[in-house]
Design a protein around this ligand. Structure first.
Ligand code: SF4
Length: 249
């Protein structure tokens, strides 16, 4: 059977999704539905049609995807870069990413993943972890009620998987906390996450400032936003979150 994945973008020459020059593959489909999602076109597990009649998402074979990402290998090699799997949530297409990551490792290409952390741990450990060099792991909301309210998903598995991964992974696991005004950037949420990290002996994390540009993408899909915040974080807001967080470090 031909292995195929549903993706919605392949971004070459990226410098934002890990070290060096990278190609980022955005897998379509996510088990969460965050009200602030920066890539709302990545949430549905199916192809969609936007308001201009364009198809959102396309199927790609393993062979074709490998061909496309291998083209920039000289840039990865010279810059310390590689491939990043993003989305959506790449682990939803675990059987595919297993073969994809394995082939990349065989080529000596650095691999990273950006995950929301909601996956079946044993399968992830077996099929993805051995072929990853770097893991960016989102921690959004520590309170389960808030998590269900704003991401349509419990955070139980996410927190459990994180604890296991931190203990068992032999590669860096970098927690990432999105700073969403009034939702994740509250004193209570950030201090709870900071405490959680401290109990795991972690002193390195990334805070991801809010970016309102997702709203145009959502409109383009013909969908209505359930969260309205139209500006970037002010320097004061950013500072206060960062400062708060440094207390844990
Ligand atoms: S986990 Fe990420 S991709 Fe999934 S809905 Fe939330 S922000 Fe969007």
């Amino acid at each position: 059977m031909t292995q195929q994945a549903l993706v919605f973008d392949i971004k070459r020459g990226s410098s934002e999704d890990g070290p060096g020059i990278r190609t980022t593959v955005f897998f379509k489909g996510c088990p969460l539905a965050c009200v602030w999602c920066q890539n709302p076109e990545g949430i549905s597990r199916e192809q969609e049609i936007d308001l201009n009649g364009n198809e959102v998402g396309f199927w790609i074979t393993l062979k074709e995807l490998l061909y496309r990402v291998r083209q920039d290998k000289p840039f990865y090699d010279s810059s310390g870069g590689g491939i990043t799997l993003s989305g959506g949530e790449p682990t939803l297409q675990l059987a595919f990413i297993h073969h994809f990551l394995k082939a990349l490792k065989a080529d000596g290409i650095h691999t990273a993943i950006e995950t929301c952390g909601r996956f079946k741990y044993e399968r992830f450990k077996e099929e993805a972890l051995p072929y990853l060099d770097l893991i960016y792991y989102d921690l959004k909301l520590f309170d389960d009620f808030q998590s269900r309210r704003y991401t349509e998903s419990s955070n139980k598995t996410v927190l459990e998987n994180f604890s296991r991964l931190i203990t068992e992974a032999k590669v860096p696991v970098i927690p990432r906390i999105p700073l969403i005004p009034g939702i994740t950037d509250t004193e209570q949420n950030l201090s709870s996450i900071a405490d959680f990290l401290r109990t795991h002996g972690i002193d390195d994390c990334s805070l991801m400032p809010y970016n309102p540009l997702w709203q145009d993408k959502l409109k383009q899909l013909g969908k209505t936003a359930a969260y309205h915040h139209n500006h970037f974080l002010s320097p004061e807001e950013e500072k206060s979150s960062i400062k708060h967080f440094q207390k844990a470090q």
